[in-house]
Design a protein around this ligand. Sequence first.
Ligand code: SF4
Length: 369
Amino acid sequence: MNRWKADSVWIERGEEDSALARRVRARVPNTPVRIVNDTGVAEPRASFDEGKRRLVIKRHRGTFMQHCPAGTTGLVCCNYLVAHFVSNCPFDCSYCFLQDYLANNAAVKAYTNHGDGLAEIDAVLRTHPSRTFRIGTGELADSLALDQLTDLSRELVPFFAERSNAVLELKTKSDCIDNLLGLDHKERTVISWSLNATAIMAAEEDRTATLDERIAAALRVQAAGYRVGFHFDPIIAHDGWEEGYRKVIEQVFPRLDARRIAWVSLGSLRMTPRLKAAIKARPQPSRVLTGELVPGPDGKERAWRGLRVKMYRRMVEWLRQIDDRMPVYMCMEAPGVWDKVFGESPSDGDIAQRLVASPPVASLQAVAR
Ligand code: SF4
């Protein structure tokens, strides 16, 4: 895949000599650099995508860690924590919720003080030694899309390798895995890929790695001893969805070692009014909005419940045909949907404990049946 190149790099004054700023400047020597007092200065831009062609290097102010927003009343929660070392993403998926969440803050930002973030995580893990945490960096960013510029994985993976009560998830639509291959990860990091139906990946996920590239990358990290994960999220109802999702499952999963698949999540498209407006305003028409959507308990619109249940059941069935122990769970779904799909509605925290248990696949059979 083509590696992203920012149109310009802005560095917050005072951070010019940070390790991150020096590394980025060395790796993109021909990209114009500005040293700025205020990295939030607005510039006229035609679109969100144009805004995120700038890379901003700055200190992060505020906390790095948050609870995943899925922890909403009325939805089953997997107690996932997110850590923000980067904000926004160089790829351009038509359905990306960051078009809403970061609408006025589009530039891609990488934070110089990631050591403060690691100290924050360390404090949480030490305070709760008997709990095991799943922590991901792929909520407000793609975890690996900038890794060839930042080398962030070279700090995160060894950090988590030394912690017995946490698993790091690096979630991506890229094939930027070179940094990972030589690291001593001690199986405390899961590398995961977001997947979609063939037509959706082709038309709605601009600049991301192709399916073949994602599979090749997953095979390489499995060969390096990592467990891998997959996320079918957002599952989108569109003409030919059954064929599209089944084909991807058949292309991906038989090629991997199923015992080293940590988890597979399923989540349907979730739409806010601002995201819908952003998708309508994109230059290319999108098939994302062609299906009927209805409001859910969190105020977001989704495909109607019966259709969601049908899609989830079909996906679980196809995954089970490949390996009947595949550890599958759902993201941001109501207890009633869990009951219909899996015959149970786990309590908050129950999913997390089963996903991080060892051995993970055997312990998860109950989650996905
Ligand atoms: S890869 Fe993820 S974060 Fe990046 S544009 Fe696509 S949906 Fe958004």
